[in-house]
Design a protein around this ligand. Structure first.
Ligand code: AMP
Length: 424
């Protein structure tokens, strides 16, 4: 038996309804805030990610699905969406009329991480990006969107964690202070942190190894090193969140290891998730558009881990499976052919009918209709064809009535509609 690839998964009927529900709520929320959907390809040139995510990151160092196509060009299955959205924004000169663009996209990402609960090699993200706005109010808008989405999906115990990463003016000063601190605790750090501490000291702050976390407890906070502009923007973000009643905590360990990230960075966590508690992460990346060859345009955005959200969102069981509106129990070849025609006509009108393609006995067909919880069964066999009508049975009242074969689809549609209206 051929099985799926390790770290990949099927989203089966029964689960997929939760995904559809989340997607529907998310789309309508984003569109109410003026975001428009963008869909970029699953594959991009490797160079795009190497340049934007950075050579010195886990993703680029060891997690990308990269291969040479038949001509030897290096291509990569996208490990995240932001770089491709910026590539598209630049390539199509979307900044030319008005640099402010608000996008969202939903789709699969690929990272060859060690599979575990809540971590997959093909996982899904919901990404939202605002390009062209430098004000921290855009960051506040994104965090508010995340909070509202969680509320609409009834996700509980949600907390926003925020930090600032400063800018090219103030970050170097902080890095120096941080490096001094790291030097004083370096004997307690893991080998990855030792390797990164000179090139990328910020990443030591968010190492998940317990001994590193412990060693970094008293590390300096970047918030004490912000320049006036960054400080002002961070205060603006906090006061906006206060006004919007979004609870947040400051988290000095929340960092991104790349230079194009600037100022606000945030994460949305929920206790419902256990160890993999981050449902969404985001922040400002003011230098990325320029890094990718575009004009100097600021940007901010977030990515929601769709798989993790789907694990904690509960939907009503009745939304999970559509029940047929009608089961047609047809006996004999002629009735079956007629029944199949009705099924298609009803389906095209928005009514879901089921039939049995195997011409089984009435008894077994009735059993199946019961299993599928069809509210009506239409019975038709040689006898009924001769008399010119089929028998419609209401499965809950057990009432039966004759329905003329002429204009059968019309009268059945009316019957189903009045039943649905009555049961609303
Ligand atoms: P990142 O793009 O790494 O900032 O991740 C954003 C969000 O995507 C995280 O908060 C996770 O919820 C989710 N995520 C990242 N990597 C994975 C993965 N391998 N499997 C499932 N979800 C993931």
């Amino acid at each position: 038996m051929i099985q799926l690839i390790r770290g990949f998964k099927d989203i089966l009927p029964g689960e997929v309804e939760t995904w559809q529900h989340i997607e529907k709520i998310a789309r309508s929320l984003f569109e109410d805030f003026g975001f428009r959907e963008i869909r970029t390809p699953i594959m991009e040139r490797t160079e795009l990610f190497a340049r934007s995510i950075g050579e010195d990151t886990d993703i680029v160092e060891k997690e990308m699905y990269t291969f040479a196509d038949r001509k030897g060009d290096l291509i990569t299955l996208r490990p995240e969406a932001t770089a491709a959205i910026c590539r598209s924004y630049i390539q199509h000169k979307m900044y030319a009329d008005d640099p402010v663009k608000k996008f969202y996209t939903i789709g699969p990402m690929f990272r060859r991480e060690r599979p575990q609960k809540g971590r997959y090699r093909q996982f899904y993200q919901i990404n939202v990006e605002i390009l062209g706005v430098s004000s921290a109010l855009a960051d506040a808008e994104l965090i508010f969107l995340l909070k509202t989405l969680c509320e609409r999906l009834a996700v509980k115990d949600v907390e926003a964690r925020i930090n600032s990463l400063g800018c090219p003016q103030c970050r170097p000063g902080f890095k120096t202070r941080l490096q001094e601190y790291i030097a004083s605790v370096s004997d307690q750090l893991c080998t990855d942190c030792i390797r990164r501490k000179d090139r990328n000291p910020l990443r030591v702050l968010d190492c998940k190894v317990p001994t590193c976390r412990e060693a970094m407890t008293n590390a300096p906070s970047i918030l004490a090193c912000l320049c006036d502009v960054c400080d002002h923007e961070f205060t603006l973000l906090q006061s906006a969140l206060d006004r919007l009643n979004v609870p947040f905590v400051l988290d000095k360990r929340l960092v991104r290891g790349l230079d194009y990230y600037t100022r606000a960075t945030f994460e949305i966590q929920t206790r419902s998730l256990g160890a993999q508690s981050a449902v969404a992460g985001g922040g400002r990346y003011d230098a990325l558009v320029q890094l990718l060859g575009g004009p100097d345009i600021p940007a901010t955005g977030f990515a929601i881990g769709f798989d993790r959200l789907a694990e904690i969102v509960q939907i009503n069981r009745s939304e999970q499976k559509r029940k047929p509106d009608l089961y047609i129990a047809a006996m004999g070849g002629k009735s079956q052919a007629l029944a199949f025609g009705w099924l298609c006509e009803l389906g095209a009108k928005g009514f879901y009918a089921e039939i049995d393609f195997q011409d089984r006995s009435l008894k077994s067909q009735m059993k199946r209709a019961g299993r599928l919880e069809a509210p009506f069964v239409l019975m038709v066999g040689e006898n009924e064809l001769e008399k010119g009508f089929a028998i419609l049975r209401n499965m809950s009242t057990k009432d039966q009535e004759d329905v003329p074969l002429d204009e059968l689809v019309e009268s059945i549609s009316k019957r189903i509609k009045s039943y649905d209206d009555f049961n609303k």
